[in-house]
Design a protein around this ligand. Sequence first.
Ligand code: MG
Length: 248
Amino acid sequence: MITLKSERELKLMREAGRIVALALEEVAKAIVPGVTTAELDAIAEKTIVSCGARPSFKGYNGFPASICTSINHEVVHGIPGLKQLRDGDIISIDVGAEINGYHGDAARTFPVGNVSPLAQRLITVTEEALAQGIAAFKSGGRLTDISYAIQSYVEAAGFSVVRDLVGHGIGRKLHEAPQVPNYGNPGRGVRLTPGLVLAIEPMVNVGTYAIDFMPDQWTVVTADGSLSAHAEHTVALLEDGPLILTQV
Ligand code: MG
């Protein structure tokens, strides 16, 4: 678990976060019907490397690409390839980058061309659930205050939060303690104190929260085939509140 000890350490984590955000921005510009997920992967990798950083995901437990691309009912960890995006798809892009020994991690879900009102609402609810989680990342609170804020917002909107996958601490390693569940009662887990850095990342399904794995052993899908969206930021808790690191 990282607790930032100095202004210098915060600066290094901000730099990692800035590169992740930049890569997401570059990928976002290329999301149109007909583009392949491998092309999106190449754009992200080029952006990350051109900043002097390294894609955190590449080679992580054997993951073969620089980003995760998860389409429609795919929740997370989709592997980029020759598949072309089609008008009406939604695609989640998850990016990680490491520079000077520190990692940033962020994800967003994008519409491809014209999407259904349901798909658009899913994306909006997922982004707002992330915002609610970040707002609950407050000094004096407890870890599961974040979990509760996310779950209650999502369920009030009529969707479900994935339970088998969680957010995480992040710093010198991509995944550090503590785990950050997206559901649960408030007031439990580690005390939230300035210096703590978390990757908060709700995964929201239209239908059941249950998930399955595809035969590639990576791609996570909704058990009922319903649409899923993902939003994530790396966030540092400072004396005056949470600071999103993964923004330009
Ligand atoms: Mg993450």
